[in-house]
Design a protein around this ligand. Structure first.
Ligand SMILES: O=C(O)c1ccccc1NCC(=O)[C@H](O)[C@H](O)COP(=O)(O)O
Length: 389
């Protein structure tokens, strides 16, 4: 994939870290071009030389956008060959030519997200590139020295499972979600986290996405700084290794990697980064194909089976059982992988059902975060007290 961008390209370039990011790709090019060309358009050239300059800049901007588009197309092709339907960026096609004083792009199938997950990822892509510009990786790496020590996320789940005979609980600190809207108006992340801890949660999951889940990295940091002992999962939509470093600095002990979004090479690479940083990686799958891909990757210790179809929002807990049947379940046991049942768990019967299917841990949000006392909600969820005290 190297060399896709012409050596003539002289605008700022960035070297992404990792397999999917090893492409030399102009940084924030579309934004840069849009602004530079637009501002030149706004000032109508008064001389012949001015007009020539405007035309040269426009041509260069178009050529750069074309290259960027080619790289994006290639990434999408690699992903779709692995059955990944989520495209990293809108494949809006090569730039349109300048037509009069305005540039416009017609809304079409290509530049409209196909589902909510794709919508989230497209937004995340812009968000992360802006964050990276403000705080590049080399600066983040320096801050690692001040990060709090990482704690054993997987160990805490195993311990809880052994202690209670029930799946270890990852209790989710979530204010809102695209499928359910606002879950809790009086949302105090630290209070909720402390209540979960008192109620017997083994670990916590903290949503950090702001736009779609009303979460934040400040919430994660505040929970960590408040002295909550449960190890913390940073529930993010990771598309770039930068986010893993950032999560570690903010106090995470584990991070979510979504197989529906990340090609195998990215998962391999990110799992290695997690190990290097002392983080657990919870790799999430939704169907058999994703499960088979993930089972083929070395070093996976935690797999989450999400019962929520992220295209339709339908929740079906039999998904967990389906993905753990037969040879897959056998392989998981051989590899000593801990499976986490995720989404749509509300009652002791639901917990018993996924435990019977083979999970050793569960990730639960809505059913407990909505309770006036979320910690007591845990007792209701399991049908018995699971706290240490
Ligand atoms: O919950 C959503 O609407 C959603 C939409 C798009 C991507 C992810 C989404 N949810 C994340 C989760 O997987 C859940 O927060 C988690 O598994 C807990 O689920 P629940 O117990 O049903 O709140």
């Amino acid at each position: 994939m190297e060399g896709l961008v012409s050596p003539k390209v002289s605008l700022r370039t960035t070297f992404y870290h990792g397999p999917n990011f090893s492409i030399r790709r102009p940084m924030n090019l579309s934004k840069l071009n849009r602004f530079s060309v637009a501002s030149i358009r706004a000032q109508q050239p008064e001389t012949k030389d001015g007009a020539a300059m405007v035309s040269a800049v426009r041509e260069e901007a178009n050529a750069l956008q074309m290259k960027e588009w080619e790289v994006d197309m290639l990434q999408n092709e690699v992903a779709s060959s692995q059955g990944i339907r989520i495209r990293r960026r809108p494949p809006t096609g090569p730039p349109l030519h300048y037509v009069g004083p305005f540039e416009f792009r017609i809304q079409n199938e290509g530049n409209t997200p196909r589902n909510i997950l794709e919508k989230i990822i497209w937004h995340k892509d812009m968000e992360v590139s802006q964050l990276k510009e403000r705080r590049p990786l080399h600066a983040l790496k320096k801050s690692l020295e001040n990060a709090p020590p990482s704690r054993d996320f997987t160990g805490a789940l195993k311990e809880a499972n052994l202690r209670t005979g029930l799946p270890g609980l990852i209790a989710e600190v979530k204010k809102a979600s695209p499928s359910r809207g606002i879950l809790r108006e009086d949302f105090d992340p630290v209070e909720i986290a402390q209540s979960y801890e008192r109620g017997g949660a083994a670990c916590l999951s903290v949503l950090t996405d702001e736009k779609y889940f009303k979460g934040s990295f400040e919430n994660l940091e505040a929970i960590r700084q408040a002295g909550v002992k449960c190890p913390l999962l940073c529930k993010e939509f990771v598309i770039d290794a930068w986010q893993i470093y950032y999560a570690r600095i903010k106090g995470a002990d584990a991070i979510l990697l979504i197989a529906a979004v990340l090609p195998d090479l990215d998962i391999r690479y990110m799992v290695k980064i997690c190990k290097m940083l002392g983080l657990a990686a919870l790799v999430e799958v939704h169907d058999e194909r994703e499960m088979d891909r993930v089972l083929g990757i070395e070093g996976i210790e935690l797999i989450g089976i999400n019962n929520r179809n992220l295209e339709t929002f339908e929740v079906d807990i039999s998904n967990t059982r389906k993905l753990l049947e037969g040879e897959r379940g056998q392989l998981i046991r051989q590899k000593d992988i801990i499976v986490v049942g995720e989404s749509g768990l509300f009652t002791p019967d639901d917990i018993a059902y996924v435990q019977e299917a083979g999970v050793k841990a569960v990730l639960v949000g809505e059913s407990i975060v909505k309770q006036s006392d979320p910690g007591k909600g845990i007792t209701g969820l399991f049908g018995k007290e699971i706290s240490l005290s």
